[in-house]
Design a protein around this ligand. Structure first.
Ligand code: HEC
Length: 149
């Protein structure tokens, strides 16, 4: 009789332990994929430096997009570079955001960059669509420059 209970208890434990482990693992994974949070930051770069950064990132980005888009390493890099460009523009929008039009141009650049990031992460990669987004991104540069540079 007691033996029966013992083996029942053991059986329960054998089932429960992995279940708890799976639940805990799920929680940990959820935490990991959390997006960047909105926090207030004090910007430290001049517009000039942000622009130099934007130009460098855009140059690399264009190269990668024109290169073989079926190469997963390229796609990963395109996603990273697009996100960096988006963040530079994000900073540009809050750091100098005195005029609404200026903010709108920089937010538009940020959002188009994020679209390219999403495209690079969506299989199968569409080279034409990515090229069109690069052109759209460049359009944002020109639009803002024609008014504010
Ligand atoms: C929201 C407005 C805005 C957007 C969008 C914008 N720029 Fe600019 N850019 C400026 C302003 C303002 C200046 C002049 C900065 C200065 O001289 O201090 C400038 C200057 C520059 C310069 C000259 C920097 C230097 O060496 O003095 C470069 C290069 C440049 N931008 C590249 C870009 C690129 C590339 C993009 C798009 C990916 C872009 N910009 C998007 C506002 C913008």
């Amino acid at each position: 009789m007691t033996r029966k209970w013992m083996s029942l208890t053991t059986l329960c434990l054998l089932i429960m332990v992995p279940l708890v482990a799976i639940a805990a693992d799920g929680k940990a994974k959820k935490k990991k994929v959390k997006k960047a949070k909105m926090v207030k930051i004090r910007t430290v770069a001049s517009v000039d430096s942000l622009m130099v950064g934007q130009q460098m990132v855009l140059g690399e980005l264009s190269k990668k997009v024109k290169d073989d888009p079926s190469n997963p390493e390229n796609l990963e890099m395109i996603a990273h570079l697009s996100e960096v460009l988006a963040e530079l523009s994000n900073v540009n929008s809050v750091g100098t955001g005195k005029e609404a039009a200026y903010r709108d141009f920089s937010r538009s650049l940020r959002d188009d960059s994020l679209k390219l990031r999403d495209k690079a992460k969506t299989a199968p990669a569409d080279a034409e669509e990515m090229l069109a987004l690069v052109a759209q991104i460049k359009g944002n540069c020109t639009n803002c420059h024609s008014q504010f540079r």
